[in-house]
Design a protein around this ligand. Structure first.
Ligand code: AMP
Ligand code: GLY
Length: 447
């Protein structure tokens, strides 16, 4: 195998113009992966697309293979057997666990390009403390902060006393999106700090806690795709994280999204590029990190000044479900550019229309919910796109298999129309316990 990969050499690369030449493995199983799989499946370069493990939606555009996404040995065997050219890693977990570093050292996998950063760079998402130190080092605007652990709880209390409410406490490590607490009372904040550090409120993830100043403003998501030396800015988005309308109730993985973030203009995006995107890419280079893949900048606009709330080393979900439908260029062609060193020469064309996606969730989500409900889909989606999140198929039927079940994306000249189109389709999809927000993007309609 090793020889075969090595001897493909230059003649293989020079043949990229030929169509249907790429075998792709996409890792993950959410709406983000369905959106990526849908986009890749439309490429003229695709020969075989495998999603591992995928969902009932990815099965419509690719072949699903059930595999533990953190079992790198099994992924390696699959890559060899299926003659994979490019691996795209959807979620952060395998990246934080070092899948990229694993591929790097396996000689049988030498010819494969893995889209996703190395373990060290994945710390930008895997450790809030690492991300904060990186931002400090490279002068990237973010909230003022300090990190505390078991040896410095008392200093943590003092730090809290000198902040004004609300208090923001973040578990350092990955905590399934639940590790951020925003508290109004000092006593409560001190109690939570203690619980996080001493009682493992979020397991090992809260052995260290980042306390930071609360920032007030509109949030937006900016995404780039990079080959480690140049980058392309993908469409921007705004995510609606709360379960209830008008942004009330518990935080979720995301109940809907809009692209672009219509409240910022070209000049503001340039400011973000100059103050945040460029210094991040340059910083990674200075750290000797060859970052291949997506970077997700979770930003907040504080009175005209963009600040980083968080980095993610992957695409967002449900942002992907509005970002990829707006990319007119062939996504696989861009990834092939990363593989063969021609990324900077590739164009990125973006649809000017607005995209809105509305997530259908299971009753009870983000807390307890039931699965295995039969999903009834309309025959006609009115040109909208349906991306599956937590679904599975059985005997030609779809069943719910998660808290976030599927989302409906629509594109239109106006945000209002796109929302109306999506809501119409949402009303026609049925399953027991269906819930969705009807106000996704409504706050932006007048921008
Ligand atoms: P994170 O996991 O860091 O994205 O935080 C989750 C959510 O908490 C963010 O999307 C924000 O809504 C909120 N948040 C995090 N940090 C801050 C902050 N410093 N000020 C205000 N809100 C924050
Ligand atoms: N929608 C937020 C995220 O993907 O982290």
């Amino acid at each position: 195998w090793g020889r075969r990969w090595c001897t493909r050499g230059f003649s293989f690369f020079s043949n990229y113009r030929k169509l249907n030449i790429m075998n792709i493995l996409l890792i993950g199983s959410g709406g983000r992966e369905h959106a990526i799989a849908w986009k890749i499946s439309k490429s003229s370069m695709i020969k075989k697309l495998i999603v591992c493990p995928g969902n009932a939606g990815t099965e419509l555009v690719a072949q699903n293979i059930e595999l533990d996404i953190n079992d790198f040995n099994k992924i390696k065997l699959l890559c060899i057997e299926e003659e994979i050219d490019i691996v795209i890693v959807g979620p952060e977990d395998p990246l934080v666990n070092g899948i990229s570093d694993y591929f790097e050292v396996q000689k049988e996998l030498k010819g494969i390009t893995l889209i996703g950063p190395c373990k060290k760079a994945a710390q930008l998402e895997g450790s809030k403390d690492f991300a904060k130190e990186f931002m400090k080092k490279y002068n990237i605007p973010t909230a003022k902060h300090k990190t505390f652990d078991i040896n410095s709880i008392e200093s943590g209390f003092k730090f809290l006393e000198n902040l004004s409410p609300p208090y923001v406490l973040k578990a350092d490590g990955l905590a399934a999106g639940k590790g951020v607490l925003i508290l109004d009372k000092l006593t409560e904040a001190k109690k939570c700090l203690k619980e996080m550090i001493l009682e493992n409120k979020f397991g090992n993830a809260s052995e260290k806690v980042v306390i930071e100043e609360f920032l007030e403003g509109m949030e937006l998501s900016v995404f780039v795709l990079t080959d480690g030396s140049t980058y392309k800015i993908l469409p921007t988005a705004k995510d609606y994280k709360r379960i209830g309308e008008k942004d009330t109730g518990l935080n979720t993985g995301g109940m809907g999204a809009v692209s672009p973030a219509t409240f910022i203009d070209r000049f503001y995006l340039e400011k973000i590029e100059m103050e945040i995107v460029k210094p991040t890419i340059e910083g990674l280079k200075k750290e000797n990190i060859n970052y291949l893949g997506f970077i997700f900048f979770g930003l907040i606009d504080v009175a005209g000044e963009p600040k980083v709330i968080e980095y993610n080393v992957r695409m967002g979900d449900p942002e992907s479900e509005v970002v990829f439908p707006r990319i007119k260029s062939d996504l696989l062609n861009l990834l092939v550019g990363i593989k063969n060193g021609t990324f900077s020469e590739k164009d990125l064309h973006i649809d000017k229309r607005v995209a809105v996606t509305v997530m259908l969730a299971s009753h009870g989500y983000p807390e307890k919910y039931e699965k295995n409900k039969l999903i009834d889909l309309p025959e006609d989606f009115n040109e909208s796109l349906i991306f599956h999140s937590g679904t599975k198929s059985r005997s030609s039927n779809f069943y719910t298999n998660g808290g976030r079940v599927m989302c409906v994306t629509s594109l239109s000249e106006s945000l209002k129309q796109a929302l109306e189109k999506s809501l119409k389709v949402c009303s026609k999809i049925n399953f027991d316990g269906k819930y969705y927000r009807k106000d996704i993007g409504r706050d932006l309609i007048n921008y």
